[in-house]
Design a binder for this molecule. Structure first.
Ligand code: MYA
Length: 637
């Protein structure tokens, strides 16, 4: 059973009774006081970090704004770093146009060794490894820019590189001991040693905690014996260094209780007992190797435990969280290329006596493609820059950026093919390959379905912890006046139309009406989350039809905030593209605010709840019959 978010929610919510809620609602009609004492928010992520949760997205689940990670749009690279980035971008642009051949890679289902050698020489496999260990030492922001170049040219090649460093050895960078870094980072960045991230198993896909691969500690405590198997591992057939997740028996130091927990290990093929299957035959990203990996009594030294015994689940989650923005950046580059091909065609193709770019139908497609690319790029690079500035509260945003990017890229490529018409279906323009390559992006690194639930439930958990805190506060109002008054002022303000969320001070004057629409969505969003929590309590985890609509609203709100921020930057700096960027932001906010309000209504309206019940029944029937469950028109019965 999918338990996503369940454990954490049970801890922080219960069914809030109407009376309890009314109780603090009444109190909140007391005199509004200046907002002084911040509530004590608990982190929405499992990282036990101190201080308030700075995530913009987590806070909108409370109907509140934490603006620092959105406004102003960051610009953190120094001139020197920008120059360095441009020189690397130039090197890789040349590599992809002169040395690499995406169509040939796809055809051969592999990258030829000499091309890989050249990529190694350019440092493509150690982009973020500190120079002391032989890498290029790129920041997340610079890595994102590189991702754009790779995504523009060859997504299959991108997976060879990305599976290696975005997740394959990322754990060593994030959690490795100095000895582990010393031993492995030079190998994986300069010595042509490939890395892989080995989590998925035949019976454990989205439910990552249910893995069966097992590691048992030797009686002398010096090593583990690892047994099990992994499937669909990117670089699985070529990797000599692997981050492997396995169940281990861990003793709680406080209680002495023994429990099975996930532990992460750095495993070398040379340890013996590691083997892999043949390359999988795939729909796309064909030149990247995907294979099963088997572990048969592999002796793993104790010093190869990564991130501490029993911490493997969180190690896996953090690696995935940390890498997700890279996918957004990469797909932004892919979209740019699709838009380029579509506009080249629209500019010269004559039909019905006109260039097809003059038709509203084509204009709408091109405009939507452009908005989606703009937002995808803005999200990825904002998250990257926040991470570089030390943010730890980026998990929700990174998950949203992965979902948004992978769905947008699919749409953009599909529409580019549509604009090219019959030509788009041919191999020559290269869009059919991109479309095949793109399909997996909505599935791997956390399916979009799981990530939508992750976003909704993590946010709800954060809102629930606030409601619970308020409940306790009202039990001892004298000791919690600050919290109570701050909540009271927020609610009174909302009631009389002066409170609520206000984004006006963050945006360019011309964007004020669009910021107002976004702020209204955030207010309704916060109220909807509260209503849902009161209605369902912890049982909200089972309401996936509703959670998906909530996630859709969250995604749209994040996109509106981002686009307002980026366009404000363009206008304030008087960039030559400012008019165009303002236009992108306005068009997006007009449609997205409308869509958000609709998504939110769909979480509570009786019509939609009835439709979900019907859909659930339909799905049960088709599953019972293992397929279509209607009587054929020309039935002989
Ligand atoms: S690799 C395989 C990808 N696999 C997955 O992504 C697995 C998806 N599943 C999950 O993420 C988890 O199992 C879910 C948790 C989310 C379903 N961050 O009760 P719980 C904490 C931090 O909710 P579950 C691949 O595809 C949570 O707070 N913490 O857990 C290759 C709680 O903590 P606490 C998290 O119900 C792709 C605890 O865990 C997170 O079991 C190749 C339990 O929570 C989180 N996210 O379900 C790609 N989630 O106990 C190449 C949960 O303290 C990429 N928790 O309260 C290339 C890109 C291109 C780059 C190019 C660059 C140049």
């Amino acid at each position: 059973m999918l338990r996503i978010g369940c454990n954490a929610l049970v801890k922080t919510t219960k069914n809030f009774s109407k009376n309890e809620t009314e109780f603090y609602r009444c109190l909140s009609s007391a005199v509004a006081q200046p907002k002084e004492a911040a509530s004590k928010p608990k982190p929405s992520t499992p990282e036990k970090k101190k201080g308030p949760n700075m995530s913009f997205m987590a806070n909108i689940f409370r109907g509140e704004i934490q603006s620092a990670q959105i406004f102003p749009y960051p610009d953190i690279l120094s001139d020197e770093e920008k120059q360095y980035t441009l020189s690397i971008v130039d090197t890789f642009e040349r590599f992809f146009t002169e040395t690499n051949n995406a169509a040939k890679n796809d055809e051969n289902a592999e990258v030829d060794p000499s091309t890989l050698d050249t990529a190694w020489e350019h440092g493509a496999f150690g982009l973020q490894v500190p120079p002391d260990y032989g890498g290029l030492g790129l920041t997340n922001t610079q890595y994102g820019r590189m991702g754009e170049i790779i995504g523009k040219h060859d997504l299959g090649f991108g997976i060879v590189i990305g599976a290696h460093q975005s997740i394959g050895f990322k754990g060593i960078l994030l959690f490795g001991t100095p000895e582990q870094k010393e031993k492995y980072l030079p190998k994986v960045s300069t010595e042509k040693v490939y890395a892989a991230f080995c989590l998925t198993e035949p019976s454990s896909g989205s439910d990552a905690a249910s893995i069966r691969t097992r590691a048992v500690k030797s009686p002398d405590g010096k090593h583990y014996i690892l047994n099990g198997s992994k499937i669909w591992i990117s670089n699985g057939g070529i990797a000599n260094v692997m981050t492997v997740f396995a169940k281990t028996e861990v003793t709680d130091p406080k209680t002495g209780e023994k429990k099975d927990k996930v532990t992460a290990f750095i495993v070398e093929r040379e340890f013996g007992g590691v083997s892999s299957g043949p390359p999988e035959k795939k729909m796309g990203i064909k030149c990247s190797n995907t294979a099963e990996v088997y572990y048969d009594n592999v002796k793993v030294p104790i010093e190869n435990v990564l991130g501490g015994e029993g911490n493997g689940f969180k190690v896996a989650m953090e690696i995935l969280n940390n890498g997700r923005f890279g996918m957004g950046a990469t797909l932004s580059g892919t979209m740019k290329e699709c838009i380029k091909k579509a506009t080249e065609h629209a500019n010269q193709r004559l039909q019905f006596g006109k260039k097809i770019k003059e038709f509203g139908t084509i204009q709408e497609k091109l405009a939507r493609m452009s908005m989606l690319q703009y937002i995808t790029e803005s999200m990825a690079l904002q998250i990257a820059q926040n991470m570089d500035s030390g943010s730890q509260d980026y998990h929700l945003e990174a998950a949203i950026s992965k979902v948004f990017a992978s769905e947008s890229a699919w749409y953009v490529c599909d529409e580019a093919i549509q604009i090219l018409g019959g030509m788009g279906f041919m191999k020559e323009p290269g869009l059919e390959r991109v479309m095949r390559d793109l399909r997996i992006f909505r599935i791997f690194e956390g399916t979009n379905d799981i990530l939508r639930l992750f976003v909704a439930l993590t946010g709800i958990q954060y809102a629930g912890s606030h409601l619970k805190e308020l409940q306790s506060a009202f039990k001892n109002p004298a000791a919690n006046l600050g919290l109570i008054f701050s909540e009271a002022s927020k609610r009174v303000g909302q009631k009389i139309g002066f409170g609520g969320v206000d984004l006006s001070s963050f945006v360019y004057p011309e964007l004020q009406p669009y910021a107002k629409r976004t702020a209204e969505c955030i207010d309704v969003f916060g109220n909807t989350v509260e209503t849902l929590l009161i209605k369902y309590g912890k049982n909200i985890v089972h309401e996936q039809f509703i959670l998906n609509r909530l996630a859709d609203a969250a995604i749209d709100i994040y996109a509106m905030a981002i686009v307002l921020s980026r366009a404000t930057r363009a206008a304030s700096l008087n960039l030559p593209t400012a008019e165009h960027e303002l236009c992108l932001a306005k068009a997006w906010c007009l449609e997205a605010s409308d869509r958000t309000q609709k998504s939110l209504r769909k979480t509570t309206s009786s019509t939609h709840l009835e439709a979900y019940r019907k859909m659930s029944e339909i799905a049960k029937t088709v599953c019972e019959n293992e397929g279509v469950s209607t009587t054929p028109i020309f039935s002989t019965n």
